[in-house]
Design a protein around this ligand. Structure first.
Ligand code: 8OZ
Length: 371
């Protein structure tokens, strides 16, 4: 049997296998409230060793798309409790992905119709998703305003409170969304961070907000219940950095003492080329892992982006601990079983990825049980 199907201890979490359901935005939470349909969807996928929820806003200001869920209010916590109960009843483990979109938003989604916030007042060349009169559309993001330095402790506090809410909602832990050109990644990368204060310029300064967030969350709920997702070279949402290798090596070295459950890497371009080039040379993930391990980092190493079974097995043989699958989990609720049996995989319908109802969400069948 391949090690993909072997149990593994990840921080405080005992996982039945090394197959992770990647975070997938599905825009089916009207009013930012998790629904009963979401509980069904996640519990159908509970044979994953670990489920990472769709990105979930830590505050109203952290919202950037229509009908994505939040985790700042009592009603949201109650909604998520139904999701975690359903997943746990089906024998699964689930963490919530904590999200602040920063500049990847639209005035219509922000408190009081204000401008979205960012490290610097630079508009992202990307789109967000609005639903107007029931009709969804991708629209350009709004011009952001630069956050004042005095506002940053409040954002750290919003992350901390969201992590506490996650535990109250019954989650096994949290994954901080530090990837894909959202707020924390905007601070990290030189293309979006032109600040001249203690949060901009040097690598140390650009990493400061992320590290403060990770310290606050691990102080609140413990490192062994905390993961982090990073995407060192993705151009998603207009993210760019001139020298990602030293930046991300510094980040993982600083994280080593926090005893995190795991680090989760999107390798290459999110949803695209694994060998995507940003900076002057190919990104070296082996060197990144060595930097983390040499600094004493013990967290599990989770890899993601375009994996199939054979690439996943190769990656585990090469030292990864967990493999996250995204699109395959949309159309194959019983993906773990299908991979184990070498059964055929269903193809997802892109038209129902974002928004809508049960169609293309909870209606993908599992294999017949007598197979
Ligand atoms: C697809 C559509 C909207 C958001 C990400 C949270 O890229 C997302 C996202 C993906 O991480």
């Amino acid at each position: 049997m391949s090690s993909l199907f072997e149990p593994v201890q990840v921080g405080a979490l005992h996982l039945a296998n090394r197959i992770v359901m990647a975070p997938l935005t599905r825009n089916r939470a009207p009013g930012a409230l998790p629904t009963a349909l979401m509980a069904t969807y996640y519990s159908q996928r509970a044979t994953a060793g670990l489920i990472v929820t769709e990105a979930t806003a830590i505050s109203h200001q952290g919202q950037g798309y229509a009908n994505v869920p939040g985790i700042w209010s009592a009603a949201q916590i109650a909604g998520w409790k139904k999701v975690t109960d359903a997943v746990h009843a089906s024998g699964g483990k689930i963490v919530v992905q904590l999200w602040h979109v920063g500049r990847v938003s639209h005035n219509d989604l922000q408190p009081g119709g204000q401008a979205p916030v960012a490290p610097s007042a630079i508009t992202a060349k990307t789109k967000t998703y609005l639903i107007t009169d029931g009709v969804g559309a991708f629209v350009p993001t709004s011009a952001p305003r630069a956050l004042g330095i005095a506002e940053l402790p409040g954002i750290v506090q919003d992350y901390r409170r969201a992590a506490r809410n996650a535990i109250d909602a019954g989650f096994d832990g949290v994954e901080v969304h530090g990837a894909n050109g959202y707020l924390l990644d905007q601070f990290l990368r030189s293309g979006s961070n032109h600040r001249t204060d203690a949060y901009g310029g040097s690598i140390e300064n650009r990493a400061r907000l992320l590290l403060q967030v990770m310290h606050a969350i691990t102080a609140e709920i413990g490192g062994p219940r905390t993961g982090l997702r990073l995407s060192p070279v993705t151009p998603a949402n207009d993210a760019s950095d001139a020298q990602p290798q030293p930046l991300f090596e510094y980040v993982v070295q600083q994280l080593a003492p926090l005893k995190l459950a795991y680090l989760h890497f999107i390798e290459g371009q999110t949803g695209g080329a694994r060998d995507y080039l940003q900076g002057d040379k190919p990104f070296d993930y082996t060197a990144l892992r060595a930097a983390y391990r040499n600094a004493g980092g013990t967290g599990a190493w989770m890899v993601n982006n375009g994996y199939d079974k054979s690439l996943a097995e190769q990656s585990l043989a090469g030292g990864a601990d967990l493999v996250a699958f995204g699109k395959l989990f949309i159309a194959n609720p019983d993906l773990v079983r299908r991979l184990r049996q070498g059964a055929p995989l269903s193809e997802p319908d892109r038209h129902t990825f974002y928004g809508g109802d049960a169609t293309g969400y909870t209606d993908y069948p599992a294999l017949a049980s007598n197979r």
